[in-house]
Design a protein around this ligand. Structure first.
Ligand code: ADP
Ligand code: ASP
Ligand code: MG
Length: 441
């Protein structure tokens, strides 16, 4: 069997869903298990609705347009326009409660944003049925996807594979499961984090013994850079799991960083494909690359990175300082990206998350802390780049030409990643400059 995951734009309109229908139809002999994201833009809109409710602003028009988006697709697909009315009613009730309470707990937020995928899965399964394909829409939690209770960043329980196998045994036809959402053991709806449907696909792929996990999106695969930043970016034929995980973690939105974990476990290849060009082979992500497929692969960037600089002169010559600082970040669940150290100070980069402010308050109890926000982080990724003589100088040469100052560097921690920090608003030019030098000359 194979798992096929379709992202937001791939299910973003009736014509997109028709394309998805033919992709699935042509792969029926592979026994597809389908995972879908919410209709493009719907999850963002659900977050906006939360904001409107909390700010005591009128949310009814925005809700009505959300209803309109789904009903128009249903109508154009010649399905029952009332197919998701039950879910829309439930959503409306929840919005009313939020507005009245004036608060939205993390638990309520995951319940709220779950409606996107719960509706899109019904649209896609409904369309498959009109094509004469036996199909059912299933909420991932009814297909065994149970997580811990960490709302907005839940992770599957250790025994998720057996739960999924058990729950899926009774399902027949092409299953269209919701991406992104799950449930904890108490029955609360949880989510895997923004962009988490890719992760859902690989969780199901690993549990069900998929021969390949296919991530269908709106570009030709994982590319040498984000095509929205670099016009000449081109698709990559292959990537290693490690390269893909680094790229995703360091900002390439095309695939969720956790997607590789279940695939590595079961050694299942992931393929990133373009819904608009189903015959294009896309990018194959697998465990080992041939020698000639190594080398620099892709440049990625992320913004809104904070640097936390911890200075403690009295710690000179003492051990245990780094552990103490790391312990604070761990307790406040702050994810650290890059670390650079000197004799009396340590610099960390983070995209926030967790409770960064509280962590900083605690650090201030035993050292001086300077924080700089809105830095931009650039990563160049590729197997073995660490071992290529002259590679780093080529990268920094470009920065010199662009007159961009490097604020922090991380190189050598893995064979495959060179990351550095630049000032606000500089990343796009640097990515373009590096792309030109590394891929276009
Ligand atoms: P989906 O809705 O299908 O999950 P996303 O919007 O999450 O799609 O991811 C696809 C987008 O990722 C592309 O449109 C592209 O702009 C962006 N992207 C960022 N970095 C890369 C990269 N290295 N290769 C391909 N796409 C990238
Ligand atoms: N719909 C969710 C989001 O927009 C999950 C996903 O698309 O993967 O983040
Ligand atoms: Mg995505």
């Amino acid at each position: 069997m194979i798992v096929l995951k379709f992202g937001g734009t791939s299910v973003g309109s009736s014509s997109a869903i028709r394309r998805v229908g033919s992709i699935i139809q042509e792969r029926l002999e592979k026994q597809p298990f389908v995972v879908v994201s919410a209709v493009g833009g719907v999850t963002d809109r659900l977050f906006e609705l939360r904001d409107l409710c909390l700010e005591k602003q009128a949310w009814e028009d925005s809700f009505a347009s959300l209803c309109g988006i789904h009903r128009t697709i249903l109508e154009e697909l010649e399905l029952d326009v009332q197919l998701v009315d039950g879910l829309l009613e439930e959503l409306k009730g929840l919005l009313g409660e939020l507005a009245a309470a004036g608060e939205c707990t993390p638990r309520m937020l995951d319940h709220l944003v779950s409606f996107g995928e719960r509706m899109s899965s019904r649209l896609v399964a409904g369309h498959l049925q009109t094509l004469g394909i036996e199909s059912c829409a299933v909420d991932a939690f009814d297909a065994g996807l149970v997580t811990d209770g960490r709302f907005q960043r839940a992770r599957p329980l250790d025994d998720v594979n057996s739960r999924i196998q058990e729950a899926c045994r009774s399902l027949t036809g092409v299953v269209v499961a919701t991406g992104y959402i799950a449930r904890d053991e108490e029955g609360n709806i949880t989510t895997l984090g923004r962009g988490g449907s890719d992760y859902t696909a690989s969780i199901f792929g690993a549990a069900l013994g998929s021969e390949e996990i296919q991530i269908w999106t709106d570009v030709d695969g994982v590319m040498t850079a984000d095509p929205r930043i670099v016009e000449n970016a081109r698709p990559l034929a292959t990537l290693s799991f490690e390269e893909a995980a680094e790229l995703a973690f360091y900002g390439a939105r095309v695939i969720h960083p956790a997607t590789m974990i279940p695939a590595v476990d079961k050694d299942i290849p992931i393929r990133v494909l373009n819904t608009h060009r189903p015959d294009f082979p896309g990018t194959l992500i697998l465990a080992d690359l041939a020698e000639d497929a190594r080398g620099v692969k892709s440049i990625t960037s992320k913004s809104h990175v904070s640097v936390v600089n911890v200075v403690a002169p009295r710690m000179l010559d003492q051990y245990g300082f780094l552990a103490r600082v790391a312990d604070v970040f761990s307790r406040f669940e702050v994810v650290v990206d890059i670390i650079a150290t000197s004799e009396v100070s340590i610099a960390f980069t983070t995209q926030g998350g967790g409770r960064l402010d509280s962590a900083i308050d605690e650090l201030k109890e035993f050292c001086r802390v300077d924080v700089y926000h809105d830095r931009e982080q650039i990563s160049v990724v590729g197997e073995d780049i660490r071992d290529r003589i002259g590679f780093a100088s080529e990268v920094f040469d470009v920065l010199g030409e662009l007159k961009v100052n490097v604020e922090l560097i991380s190189f050598g921690a893995t064979r495959i990643n060179l990351s550095f920090l630049v000032g606000e608003g500089q990343a796009a030019d640097v990515v373009r400059g590096l792309h030109k030098r590394l891929f276009e000359s």
